[in-house]
Design a protein around this ligand. Structure first.
Ligand code: PMP
Length: 423
């Protein structure tokens, strides 16, 4: 991958060190959370041991140093997604980042934020469009925004494979559409959305484009401004980085106009007993003490990924998915969700096995030392549309080997035999 052998890459990850001389488990749940290389773990520890101080508060040299590390990290992560520094707001995770947008729009709809926030003000008659394939993180905040404002939530339906089409999207977009929210890469089907094409369509109707980039930023090259996203959200823990940090990208003029839903210290210019004036982006959104060690270490995760190259990461993971699909295609009763053999997809594969509950499959795989995700993957409407309650997902990252794909396929075959759904 990017000129390095996967075996060498794996040596950077303590999680893959042998346990009591035995091979570690086969970890195929990177779409839920990724493992972290020593470079990231060491960076966080180094910050905590040698540079820990408050940021943006006080005048000491220690605060200055800590603040520089924090802001340099922002610049590194922003550059990674094509953004300017003022266009990247730290959040807890992607869920939090999406809520910053939806709650800010609710505030704007309630008249907070002044005239510049009118672009975000929704009311009865306005429409928020989401796809039926969304993760709950990119669905429920919009349900709540609709409930708070009287706007209507409009779904883009999926087909029998769980995929939505540009035609289905075109059919629901109109001049009442104010927001279009969708995932760049589905965490269940692995399908890859044509973001630029969809954004152009949405903008032609005057809608804001909110991208759930949780499964794209860790795995493929992204450039949010070039793709036409107005806002985008992603999580550190899925991109070899720490927990407790994520980011919201937004176009600078939009972020400067979006009311901060969470308020408090560090977000303001002037405060009286009656009123507060807020800083421009990004600080207007970063209320309270920030996840500094996590931000600093996330920048190291970005450097780690950049050294390999995101195009190589994407190709490596696509090969994993292809190998899994090749392996399971010949198994009767195994249904591959999402793009079918030969079609483009990200490095994850979800399957449903006729006559077998995903939790039974998951338990069998777990006992075989293969770690996968089973359940609805926080996408109940999508599973409902597919006539399922649950599926089994194998997902990869830069450290995943072809052998691990084969081990998943073999264990799935064994599970089918064990539960009596195959000869
Ligand atoms: N969107 C997608 C597509 C995801 O896969 C996930 C994580 N499963 C999220 C949003 C939410 O991410 P987090 O829990 O880190 O906020």
């Amino acid at each position: 991958v990017g000129g390095r052998r996967v075996a060498d890459i794996r040596r950077d990850f303590p999680a893959f060190d042998p346990v009591d001389g035995a091979a570690p488990r086969t970890y195929l749940d990177s779409a839920a959370t990724s493992q972290r290389p020593r470079q990231v773990l060491d960076a966080e520890r180094d910050y905590l041991e040698h540079h820990l101080a408050a940021v943006h508060r006080g005048t000491s040299a220690a605060v200055g140093e800590s603040t520089s590390l924090f802001e340099d990290a922002r610049e590194t992560v922003a550059r990674f997604v094509g953004a300017g520094e003022r266009e990247l707001v730290w959040a807890e995770n992607a869920t939090d980042a999406l809520n910053i947008v939806a709650l800010g729009m609710a505030d704007a709809s309630a008249g907070l934020g002044g005239p510049e926030a009118s672009v975000f003000a929704l009311g009865p008659g306005d429409e928020i469009v989401v796809t039926e394939a969304e993760h709950h993180a990119n669905l429920i905040p919009w349900q709540r925004l609709a409930a708070r404002t009287g706007a209507t939530l409009v779904p883009v339906r999926v087909d029998q494979h769980g995929l939505w089409s540009i035609d289905a999207m075109r059919a629901v977009l109109n001049e009442r559409t104010r927001v279009l929210a969708f995932a760049e890469v589905s965490n269940v089907t692995g399908s890859i959305a044509p973001v630029a094409e969809v954004a152009e369509l949405a903008h032609a109707h005057g809608a804001l484009v909110v991208l759930d980039a949780c499964q794209s930023v860790p795995h493929r090259p992204v450039d949010f401004p070039a793709a036409g996203a107005d806002f985008a959200a992603f999580s550190g823990h899925k991109m070899l980085g720490p927990n407790g940090i994520g980011a919201l990208y937004g176009r600078a003029e939009l972020l400067d106009a979006l009311p901060p839903a969470r308020t408090g210290g560090s977000t303001i210019t002037l405060v009286t007993l009656e009123h507060a004036d807020f800083l421009p982006s990004p600080h207007r959104f970063e209320a309270g003490t920030q996840p500094v060690s996590q931000a600093v270490a996330l920048a190291d995760a970005v450097r780690y990924l950049e050294a390999i190259g995101m195009a190589s990461v994407a190709a490596h993971e696509a090969a994993f998915a292809e190998r899994v699909i090749d392996g399971v295609s010949s198994m009767p009763g195994v249904r591959i969700l999402g793009p079918q053999a030969g079609a483009a997809r990200a490095g994850l594969v979800s399957v449903a096995i006729e006559g077998l509950h995903a939790h039974d499959v998951g338990q069998f795989l777990d006992e075989s030392g293969v770690v996968v995700r089973t359940g609805h993957h926080c996408a109940q409407p999508l599973h409902r549309a597919l006539g399922l309650t649950a599926s089994t997902r194998a997902s990869s990252h830069v450290y995943t080997t072809g052998d691990e794909a084969d081990r998943f396929v073999a264990a799935l075959g064994e599970a089918r035999k064990f539960f009596g759904v195959a000869a």
